[in-house]
Design a protein around this ligand. Structure first.
Ligand code: ASP
Length: 581
C-alpha cells in the first residue's frame, strides 16, 4: 500500500499514529541535526522530520539525498510540531520518519513549483504537467470540476439527459471554418469535426429525447484571437415543445443555481433587453451592466449647428465618465490618442467638462452654448464632476468605438468588480447579417434559427429587418451562452437556405438529412449552448480561460508540450491518398 493517508489530512487527532504517505518533495531544509522535508500531493503538504537523535543514520543520509520533486514514500509516527503553522491544515503536526523509499527521482524542474513561479508562460505550457502541480493551476481545474458537477446535477434534476453525439461528422455551420479529418477507407473524402452538435441535438428532439444536454468539445478553425481556443467545451442543451420564454426560464435557473452554489451569490431576475436596445445603449450586444455609463445619442441636439464634423455624422453619441472632470488636459489628450489608435479607429473625440458649479466647458465651445451642453449632460446622464466623451461617425463604427472606450474607462475606474455578477439576456437578434466581403447575407446565429413567425413575409422585401427568436446570455460583458428557437419544418428551412444563397441541390446535399427528418414529425424545439471555459473563468473571477483548461493551446493554436500540429509520414499520407505541397 503506497499510503494510509494523503498529505492534506493529518492533524493533532492523529498524534502517535503510524502512517504512510506518498508524494513529491516540495522543499527540504537541513539544519545539521535536523532535516525537514515538505511532502506534497494534490491534497496538501505534510512536514516530515528526520532528526539525528531519533532517526537511523542511514535514513538521515537518504533524506539528505532527496532532490526537489523526487517521488517518495515515507512511513513514520505523527508527532506534535514544536513550531506550529496555523496557515495549513496539517500545521500542528509533523511525521517523524522511520522508513523512506524513493519511488522515483526527478530532474530539477525548469521553474519553481510555487504559487508564484519564476516560469514564463511558454515554459509553463511546455512543461504543463509540472505547472499542474502548482496550486493556482490545480485549484482552477478542481474549480472547473465543481462547476461541471453542478451543471450535471442541476440539469439531471430537471430531467435533462446527457447524450453523446459523434465527433466525425459533416460540416455544421456556426460561422467558422471546419477542422477536417481525411477518411482512409473513403479516399478523397473527409469528415468535419463538429463546430457544435447543433444538427444532432435537433435530431435528438425529432427522436423524442425531449430534454438533452452534453458537456462537449467543439472545434472551430478560426483565426485565433487572444484567449480563444481552437477546441473548446460547451454545455450544449436542447428542449422540445418550448417557446423562447421556456428556454430563458430554464437556463436562468441553471445560471442562478451555479451562481448560488459556486459563488454563494443570489441574483434578481435577469434583465432582458433587445439586441437593438443593447446596441443603442451600450454599442455592444454583450454589455457589461455592472456599471452605468449608458450611451446618450445626441443627433437631435448636437446637429444642425455649425459644427460640420457632427453634421456629417450618421451618429453623434456620448457617455458620461463619473468623476472625469478631474482629468487634466494631458489626461484627456491621452484619452483622445487612445480612441484614435488604429485598434479603436475614432477620428477624434469631443469632450465636455461638467464643473462642480453647474457650468460646462467643452472642446467645441465655439459651436455650442451652455444650454446646448446642458442638454448633452441630460442625454448622457452626466452629473457635476463628470466628463462627457462624444464620438461621431458611421453608426456601427462609432458604437463599437464608444463601447471600447466605455469598457476601458470602467476598467480604469475599477467599476468592473470580478466579485460582482450581473447577468442579462439579450433577445430579438436579427436573423441575418450583411457580409461586406461576400456581399451577401449570412445567418447571424446559424441557419437553423427560426425567424419570428410574424416577420417571415419580410424576408423578401427587407431581409435585414427580420428578427429571430434568438438570445444570448451575457455575464459581466461576456457572452456566456447563446441559442434560439429552431425552424422545425421543411418549407421554412428550405426558404432559409434559399435566402442564405444555397441552391436547392446544395441545401439537399448538405442538410438533406435534417430536412428529411423534419418530414417525420419534428416537434417544435429550441436550445442554447454555454461556453464552459469562459463561464468557469468568469465564475473564478479571472479574465483568461487558459488556466482553466488542463492542456490548452497557445495563441497560434499549438500545443507546445506535445508539439502539435506536426507533419505526418509519407506512408501515412499515401494511405490517406493525400499529397503535401
Ligand atoms: N449551436 C449553437 C452554438 O454553438 C448554440 C445553440 O444554438 O444552441 O452557438
Amino acid at each position: 500500500m503506497y499510503r494510509t493517508h494523503h498529505c492534506g489530512e493529518l492533524n493533532a487527532s492523529h498524534i502517535n499514529q503510524t502512517v504512510t504517505l506518498s508524494g513529491w518533495v516540495h522543499k527540504s531544509r537541513d539544519k545539521g541535526f535536523v532535516a525537514w522535508v515538505d511532502l506534497r500531493d494534490r491534497y496538501g503538504i505534510t512536514q516530515l522530520v528526520f532528526d539525528a537523535d531519533r532517526t537511523d543514520k542511514n535514513l538521515m543520509e537518504s533524506a539528505r539525498g532527496l532532490g526537489r520533486e523526487f517521488v517518495i514514500q515515507v512511513t513514520g509516527t505523527v508527532i506534535e510540531r514544536a513550531s506550529k503553522n496555523p496557515n495549513i491544515p496539517t500545521g500542528e503536526i509533523e511525521i517523524l520518519a522511520t522508513a523512506l523509499t524513493v519511488l522515483n527521482t526527478a530532474k530539477v524542474p525548469p521553474f519553481t513549483i510555487e504559487d508564484e513561479t519564476d516560469g514564463g508562460e511558454e515554459l509553463r505550457m511546455k512543461y504543463r504537467y509540472l505547472d499542474l502541480r502548482r496550486n493556482p493551476v490545480k485549484n482552477k481545474l478542481i474549480f472547473r470540476h465543481k462547476v461541471v458537477q453542478e451543471v450535471r446535477n442541476y440539469l439531471s434534476s430537471k430531467e435533462f439527459i446527457e447524450v453523446e453525439t459523434p465527433y466525425l461528422i459533416k460540416s455544421t455551420p456556426e460561422g467558422a471554418r471546419d477542422f477536417v479529418v481525411p477518411s482512409r477507407m473513403n479516399e478523397g473524402q473527409f469528415y468535419a469535426l463538429p463546430q457544435s452538435p447543433q444538427t444532432f441535438k435537433q435530431l435528438l428532439m425529432v427522436g423524442g429525447m425531449d430534454k438533452y444536454f452534453q458537456i462537449v468539445k467543439c472545434f472551430r478553425d478560426e483565426d485565433l484571437r487572444a484567449d480563444r481556443q481552437p477546441e473548446f467545451t460547451q454545455i450544449d442543451c436542447e428542449m422540445a415543445f418550448v417557446e423562447q420564454e421556456d428556454i430563458l426560464n430554464a437556463f436562468e435557473g441553471l445560471t442562478r443555481h451555479l451562481l448560488k452554489t459556486i459563488k454563494g451569490v443570489e441574483v434578481d431576475a435577469f434583465p432582458r433587453i433587445s439586441y437593438d436596445e443593447a446596441m443603442r445603449t451600450y454599442g455592444n450586444d454583450k454589455p457589461d451592466i455592472r456599471f452605468g455609463m449608458k450611451f446618450g445619442e445626441l443627433n437631435a441636439i448636437a446637429q444642425h449647428k455649425d459644427f460640420n464634423v457632427f453634421n456629417k455624422a450618421a451618429l453623434v453619441v456620448g457617455i458620461a465618465v463619473p468623476g472625469g472632470n478631474k482629468y487634466s488636459r494631458k489626461d484627456i489628450d491621452k484619452l483622445i490618442d487612445w480612441v484614435k489608435r488604429p485598434q479603436i479607429g475614432a477620428l477624434g473625440m469631443v469632450y465636455v467638462r461638467c464643473n462642480e458649479d453647474g457650468s460646462y466647458k467643452s472642446s467645441v465651445d465655439k459651436f455650442y452654448d451652455q444650454d446646448d451642453l446642458a442638454k448633452w449632460a441630460k442625454a448622457t446622464n452626466a452629473k457635476a464632476g463628470d466628463l462627457i466623451c462624444v464620438l461621431s461617425g458611421k453608426t456601427n463604427e462609432v458604437r463599437a468605438q464608444l463601447s471600447a472606450l466605455r469598457m476601458e474607462l470602467a476598467g480604469r475606474l475599477n467599476l468592473r468588480n470580478p466579485k460582482e455578477f450581473a447577468p442579462l439576456w439579450v433577445t430579438d437578434f436579427p436573423l441575418l447579417e450583411w457580409d461586406e466581403d461576400t456581399q451577401s447575407y449570412h445567418a447571424m446565429h446559424h441557419p437553423f434559427t427560426a425567424p419570428k413567425s410574424e416577420q417571415i413575409s419580410l424576408l423578401n422585401s427587407d431581409p435585414a429587418a427580420v428578427k429571430a427568436d434568438a438570445y444570448d446570455l451575457v455575464l459581466n460583458g461576456n457572452e456566456i451562452g447563446g441559442g434560439s428557437i429552431r425552424i422545425h419544418d421543411k418549407t421554412t428551412q428550405a426558404l432559409m437556405f434559399r435566402h442564405l444563397g444555397f441552391t436547392e441541390e446544395e441545401s439537399k446535399s448538405q442538410f438533406g438529412f435534417l430536412m428529411n427528418a423534419f418530414e417525420y414529425g419534428a416537434p417544435p424545439h429550441g436550445g442554447i449552448a454555454f461556453g464552459l471555459d469562459r463561464l468557469v473563468a468568469i465564475l473564478g473571477g479571472q479574465e483568461t480561460i487558459r488556466d482553466f483548461i488542463a492542456f490548452p493551446k497557445n495563441n497560434s493554436g499549438r500545443d507546445v508540450m506535445i508539439d502539435a500540429p506536426a507533419p505526418i509520414d509519407k506512408a501515412q499520407l499515401d494511405e490517406l491518398g493525400l499529397k503535401t505541397k
